[in-house]
Design a protein around this ligand. Sequence first.
Ligand SMILES: [Fe+2]
Ligand SMILES: [Fe+2]
Ligand SMILES: [Fe+2]
Ligand SMILES: [Fe+2]
Length: 326
Amino acid sequence: MAVKITTDYIDMLNQTVEHEFRVSIQYFLQHAKMEKLKKRANPENILLDKTTYDAVGKVFYDISVSEMKHAADIMERIYYLGGQATTKSSTPVIGNSISEFAKLGIETEKEALTLYRKIIPAAREAGDWQARKLFERIYSEEEEHLFKFQEYANFQDEKNESNEATKPEWQKIFTDDYFALLNKAVAAEITGIIQYTNQHEKAALLGNRLKNTPLEAIQNTNIAGVTGNILKDIFLVEMNHLEMISERIYLLGGEVTANPNPLPVVGDTVFDMLKLDHSLESMTISLYREIIAEALKRGDTTTRLIFEEIAKQEEEHFWTFDDFVK
Ligand SMILES: [Fe+2]
Ligand SMILES: [Fe+2]
Ligand SMILES: [Fe+2]
Ligand SMILES: [Fe+2]
């Protein structure tokens, strides 16, 4: 029997994609925020190679990656069914301590379980057995996440926080408008992450279906397949950028805002995608030049060096996409 696909069903799948993205970014930024929490650490932490914050940060990082994989697997299914995967992502809530991170995590995992309890029977009704198997696997992983977060819900956070009111002289260059500028970089990286994963899944499907030449049939590759691979590699680099930038903001005592900007766009054909990515990279390079100039003006050498390194990689991305854009 053929699978009965309705718009309601695709909408439901997209609701889970949106949820997975939000929680993935949430846990990723909580992992990055350990850089800020670390500064409260008790003196005995100095004697250890690894602080509590590194260890717990790893837990959040691993769960973040697992959520990103959930989003990718569901997007792949949506494209396979002929739908369009969403690029929407709602704003995550980060919190200020390990116990708060864990409590927020418990809430988001409960939301996930509720969503999947609805979608498993919906997949069965649609006759979408492949998706049902996928959702059942994800369901048990969300349960594991919930139990993991419960371990930290009553965690005694270290309290000796430095007083914000008495910012030492050297830190006075880190003003709110500076953090606002750095957060534009966070927003651009999140856009890249969402746009490239989504396009990667879509290109993978186009790559499987459209073989035009004998060479493509033999090599099992074509422009869509090649693009899919490029996007995956670049996506991983953007994740690394997001980590570097958000850790830097937290280390300097700032807060990270996590909304994508500009809004991610997917495109219909592989060439549309590449054109959109080309202009996203171009916009990002201009923004990072602005940040480099501002960091130089303020004497924030470390941030400047970080962005010089990142800008170099964005240029490489630009030229990679440029090869395909006329
Ligand atoms: Fe998930
Ligand atoms: Fe989860
Ligand atoms: Fe980037
Ligand atoms: Fe890039």
